[in-house]
Ligand binder design. Structure first.
Ligand code: PEP
Length: 241
């Protein structure tokens, strides 16, 4: 069972090779060689895995997406086997940008989760309500519906959920600790038999608001967008001295 806090920097479609090299060097310097009590993960674009891979094993790699099919004539797709082959450990599945901009719905996300499991990749499955759903009092119902996508996911397998309210992503308006506590409680109630479940929060996390969101909320770490593009902010959010 994984109990360490988990911090994931999602670079989205940002940064080029020289940036990735500088980032990796800076993060490595910041972490040093001492004991590391948290788990760090970087999710660069597919083209930068080799530049971000940490040969000392201080952080691991996540992909931002995976193909829903295993192999074959799917131009432009990257399969779970390819990700495993490239040294990836985690895969972000169902990010709200994939759901919204690329029309990914529950059936395709369930297939992506299955592809991850077949190749031993650990999914970071994103859930979260929009502003309109929140205003309509539907936050819990949305999480319930999105978690139902995990119906065929093996309960004994480690799972990372990322609670990412869409209204908090990239807006500078993070959820409150109370919002996070409510969401974590609901998610845990929906998945009572998951022994190895970590719940991340994502949405406008900064070094300034990280510690209050981690305190007594049930949040086990963060999925970080904007602030994860800077190795110093990423390390500060993760509490790496
Ligand atoms: C995200 O896109 O998953 C995210 C949390 O972004 P940001 O931290 O920039 O709000």
């Amino acid at each position: 069972m994984s109990s360490s806090r988990l911090f994931v920097a999602n670079w989205k479609m940002n940064l080029l090779r020289p940036d990735a090299q500088r980032y990796s060097e800076a993060l490595g310097r910041r972490i040093g060689n001492g004991p590391l009590e948290v788990e760090l993960v970087v999710a660069p674009s597919f083209t930068l895995f080799d530049a971000v891979r940490d040969r000392a094993g201080r952080w691991s790699l996540a992909a931002q997406d995976v193909a829903s099919e295993s192999e074959g004539a799917y131009t432009g797709e990257v399969s779970a086997s390819m990700l495993a082959d490239a040294g990836c450990r985690y895969v972000i599945v169902g990010h709200s940008e994939r759901r919204r901009l690329f029309a990914e719905g529950d059936p395709v996300l369930a297939r992506k989760l299955a592809r991850c499991r077949e190749k031993g990749l650990l999914p970071i499955y994103c859930v979260g309500e929009t502003e309109a759903e929140r205003t309509a009092g539907l936050s819990a119902a949305v999480l319930t519906r999105q978690v139902a996508t995990l119906a065929d996911d093996p309960e004994e397998a480690p799972l990372v959920l990322a609670y990412e309210p869409v209204w908090a992503i990239g807006t500078g308006k993070a959820a409150t600790p109370e919002d996070c506590r409510t969401a974590c409680l609901h998610l845990k109630q929906l998945l009572p038999r998951r022994a190895d479940l970590r719940i991340l929060y994502g949405g406008s996390v900064t070094p300034g608001n990280a510690s209050e969101i981690l305190t007594d909320t049930g949040v086990d770490g963060f999925l970080i967008g904007g602030a994860g593009l800077d190795p110093g902010s990423f390390a500060a959010i993760a509490g790496v001295p």
